[in-house]
Design a protein around this ligand. Sequence first.
Ligand code: M6R
Length: 598
Amino acid sequence: MCGIFGYIGRRSDAAGLVVEGLKNLEYRGYDSWGTAWKTEKGISVRKDIGKISSVKSADFTDETSIAIAHTRWATHGGVTKQNAHPHLSCDENIAVVHNGIVENYDALRNELKAKGHRFLSQTDTEIIPHLIEEEMKSTKDFAAAVRSACQRLKGRFGILAMHAASQTLVAARAGSPLIVGVQKGKTKTSPVEGYYIASDIPAFLEHTRTVQYLDDGEMVVTDGKSILFSDIVSGRERPKREVEISWSMEQAVKGQYEHFMLKEIMDQKESVARAVNQDEEQIKTLAKAIREAQGTFIVGCGTAGKACMAAEYFFSVIAQHHVNFAPASEFKLHHHFLKPESLLIVVSQSGETADVLEAMHIAKSKGAKVLAVVNVEGSTISREADYTLRINAGPERAVASTKALTGQLAVFLLIAYALAGKLQDGKTLLLETAAEINDMLNPRYVERIRSLAENIKTARDVFIIGKSWNYPMALESAIKIQEVSYVHAEGFAGGELKHGPIALIEEGTPCIALVGKDEVMDDIISNTIELKARGAQIIGISPVKHDVFDEWIKVPNAGNAQALVNIIPVQVLAYFLAVTRGKNPDMPRNLAKSVTVK
Ligand code: M6R
């Protein structure tokens, strides 16, 4: 869940370069940071607790062409300078940054201690440079020592390693993503200017869009002019093709906005239409695969999981087709129902979520096919799936997922319509909805929600209710409010209130009702009246006004796409609740954007 970034090449400002690039990975983890670079005297290291965004890259003035950097999301050991990466070997000649968890670190640490190695941190990572140092006693070759060390590691890792006496950068991957960015040279004599190796593309997006992906069990060795991919265990070369990615740097920066979260909420003016822009034949093929599968399961985590739950309703209501939803972390318990003829649909913005990957591996081990709905190009999930649909939301940097969710919902609506044999109807509805979202997100509308956030900022609890596809959106609303504003929020199916949750309502408790102009409107309004009768302050998000609402946030009447428009005002409300309470919505406490550990 940490961010890692390294550079080797013709540039002589590698230390400042990796620090600057690392700032684009801060969403990966933001409790501490560190960097190491090679100089004539050996390896220099700087690390500290706090946010990388406050570090000035101009302060790194040493001339160097090899550097690595890391932003940490603590797993083993507290947030201290000692625990920040890079970690060094005893002789301080080897520096390593690491993403993932070394499961057998305790045994390895004891073994290395017995051989005289000294450890300065509580991290699992620190055993890696010592293990490489130990291996170098027999091989002398740095890359070979990294290979042998990696073979002894259990768990998940993505590592970058450098040696004071070697003009190479070595990286290895087992479960944690690593991508190589290739900076092309301008002449035939120097076809490559340098290589960037990172856990995520935004680290090097301003330098190159030409990438090569490491797969699990692979390592790379590069001297900055050429690169060799090989299998960690056998050492056999693994040929790689170069891929041009479509993301642009403009999409990955905040621009005029104070926070990525608000920028990404506003991006929905265009991103929904981009999600709808799919190859129609592919959508029909996938609909056919779902129709013919003997059992379709759909899994995701957090917000992506709520998109899966909404999809269950879309398939049921629009296409009268049943699919089984489970949070990805619970899927293990359902594997008995998988057959080679079954289909697993996995949903993930990052395409790297560990629980989702595990669900995929379970399905594959049963011979079932996997359809992935992802945002990040070239992500592990997208490359391992049998079929992949991209939602084309562009980079989502804020920890709170917003535009990825509406992209996922749009794609599932499209498939549901295709399944019902009405793809064009679905497309028309979604494109109209996309245009209405564009109109809805105007400055006056946003300001109205900002002042509502101001009014409820001292509330202890916020409850959200919905029915049908607005029920998963109520659950998603709660996630949005919880994660960025730290206000206690809970979502419920409206009909469930009188079975317990209604006891929580007190005079003035803000309660949000997500309403559509549909067959369940009367039911959800009745549930809202029940809340009002207990003193709740009712915020109605609805295409139609009702007397029960104390505050009415108008949304377009989007029919079967209502979930998509109803969630957007809640995203805006959550954002302003965070800001008005003095919290940074882009960096919520205890969270990281990509959850690559289980
Ligand atoms: O990258 P993924 O979509 O697989 O991530 C899944 C969840 O971790 C993610 O949706 C999380 O719940 C969001 N931060 C919530 O806004």
